[in-house]
Design a protein around this ligand. Sequence first.
Ligand code: AMP
Length: 176
Amino acid sequence: MKAIKDMIRTVPDFPKKGIQFRDITTLLSDPDGLRLTIDTFCERYKDRGIEAVVGIEARGFILGSAVAYKLGVGFVPVRKKGKLPGNVERFEYDLEYGTDTVEIHSDALHKGTKVLLIDDLLATGGTCLAAAQLVEKVGGVVEEIAFIVDLPDLKGRDRLLKRGYRIFALCKFEGD
Ligand code: AMP
């Protein structure tokens, strides 16, 4: 069977010159790729006492809802600013240029809920660090943060490990 990494397409210079965009749509549209991705996550987390899966907009929704369904727990979205209708907690974080804001419903998790946080790709780690802090703000406990792809050159992994988070990625693209 093909490896997960081989099913991810690299698109050079998207969305701007110099970026090697790691496109997971080719992995997700492959029936074996989708199954292998979701099953690998679920195999890892099935006995870890996960009580909720939190996914980060938008690609984290695709993975997170499938993993939550299979683990038999609920799914909670972390969204970009202004999309969630209820009372929210928000976290603003720095981008290369400017800032971005993510939000979660204030009542999304019970106090002490053991959470698996999931997104497609770890680059600088800014997005998921913001999401992890949001989870904690509403009472959740981050058991681990899971990705399909890690880009170690961008040091997100080191940044998250330094903050005490556990990280898991299905594959990495390093120096290429
Ligand atoms: P960061 O906050 O820097 O870790 O960026 C993470 C988010 O940006 C991920 O959720 C990805 O969806 C997206 N992203 C950043 N760099 C890339 C890349 N080279 N290829 C595909 N997506 C990327």
